[in-house]
Design a binder for this molecule. Structure first.
Ligand code: PMP
Length: 375
């Protein structure tokens, strides 16, 4: 991130940690194939296995439960395409859960979302009868939302799913490194992780598969990852992911500083623009995420104006084929299309400073002033 820029889009991708970069650069020189028996191969294998332990430690899983993938999109796709008879998913899941789930041919049930952004897990019990008669079914409930930061009632979902005979998959991409994750304690079958949201490189992630759970491979061929995911390992990417996971675990205790910074930020935004709406503010949220709607303004324009002022944030809106449509997540929460189209997401991390927040607020104030002058 350049000195003149203020980067507040950690949920899209967090800046690469120096520790992750160093681990990757070192791993690039490990020429061996991790499947080879010679010294070079064993050296590459050792890097992959060390990273496996670091990623497992971040989420309290066993190293044997970590299967490295090309990212969370692959991990979510894998978890959703395991020949389920039914998939019960929240209305606020990421597209990488929802799209493969809808294409899988399984019966698809959506859990309702409260105005606060919380999934109604009671739907799991309602959906159980036909699902049980037809075969194995799965609940897909993310740990925290990428657009609003709302933390979902996953433990409750697991309890209901157990009683009614469903497996549970959770997308923990945005929660990792921001709130403590206890994979073993949670009792889910599978959990997806992405390296680049925690300061590692892009294009690598993991599906955590509970020991004993059976999940046919999505990518088959060689015997890598104990026959669960074929293909020569992305050794440098995995090494970077491991280093980022180690640093994230060390810094999780600092997250209350991030939450305090985010809270001060939200108070200032509300002082400058009292008409603004902090989306999901009534629900438990990640420490680092703010989704703010500014009624009457277009998120797209806000993002462009902030970018011109040197501040990087993102719109809550999805842009496809040149047409900006309002966010499906915000609509599921019951926001009006107009309000949803005015929502931007500001997401920070441990490296974010008071100066970064001040830069955003100065730009926000200027944008507000422009609108007033034009009115
Ligand atoms: N799930 C969530 C909640 C995400 O925010 C993202 C990234 N936008 C993904 C999955 C996909 O992760 P990846 O970029 O590693 O494919």
């Amino acid at each position: 991130v350049t000195a003149s820029r203020t980067y507040l889009d950690y949920n899209a991708s967090a800046p690469l940690l120096p520790e992750a970069r160093a681990a990757m650069v070192a791993a690039l020189d490990a020429c061996g194939n991790p499947s080879s028996v010679h010294g070079e191969g064993r050296r590459a294998r050792a890097l992959v296995d060390a990273a496996r332990e670091e990623v497992a430690a971040l989420v309290n899983a066993r190293p044997s439960e970590i299967v490295f993938t090309s990212g969370a999109t692959e991990a979510n796709t894998w978890a959703m395409t395991a020949a389920w008879s039914a998939i019960i998913a929240s209305g606020v899941e990421h597209d990488s859960v929802r799209e493969p789930a809808m294409r899988s041919g399984a019966r698809f049930v959506t859990m309702a979302t409260s105005p606060g952004g919380v999934a109604n897990v009671a739907t799991i019990a309602d959906a159980s009868q036909p699902a049980r008669s037809a075969g194995r079914s799965v609940v897909a409930l993310q740990m925290a939302n990428n657009e609003t930061g709302v933390v979902q009632p996953l433990s409750e979902a697991v309890t209901i799913a157990r009683e009614t005979g469903h497996a549970v998959h959770t997308d923990a991409v945005q929660a990792a490194g921001r709130i403590a994750i206890d994979f073993r304690g949670l009792g889910v079958e599978t959990m997806s992780l992405s390296s680049h949201k925690i300061g590692g490189p892009k294009g690598v992630g993991a599906l955590v598969v509970r020991d004993g759970a059976t999940l046919p491979p999505l990518v088959s061929g060689g015997g890598q990852e104990r026959y669960r995911r074929a293909g020569t390992e992305n050794v440098a990417g995995i090494a970077g992911f491991g280093a980022a996971a180690r640093v994230a675990a060390e810094r999780i205790g600092e997250m209350h500083h991030v939450a305090a910074l985010r809270d001060r930020f939200e108070r200032e935004v509300m002082r400058l623009t009292p008409e603004a709406v902090i989306v999901g503010a009534s629900a438990p949220r990640l420490p680092n995420t703010t989704c703010v709607a500014l009624p009457g303004r277009s998120a797209e324009t806000l993002v462009i104006k902030l970018d011109l002022a040197g501040v990087a944030v993102s719109a809550g809106a999805a842009c496809s084929s040149g047409k900006v449509s309002e966010s499906r997540v915000l609509i599921a929460m019951g926001l009006s299309p107009a309000l949803a189209k005015s929502a931007i997401r500001v997401s920070i991390g441990s490296a974010t400073t008071e100066q970064d927040i001040a830069a955003f607020l100065a730009a926000w104030k200027a944008i507000r002033g422009d609108a007033r002058a034009a009115a």
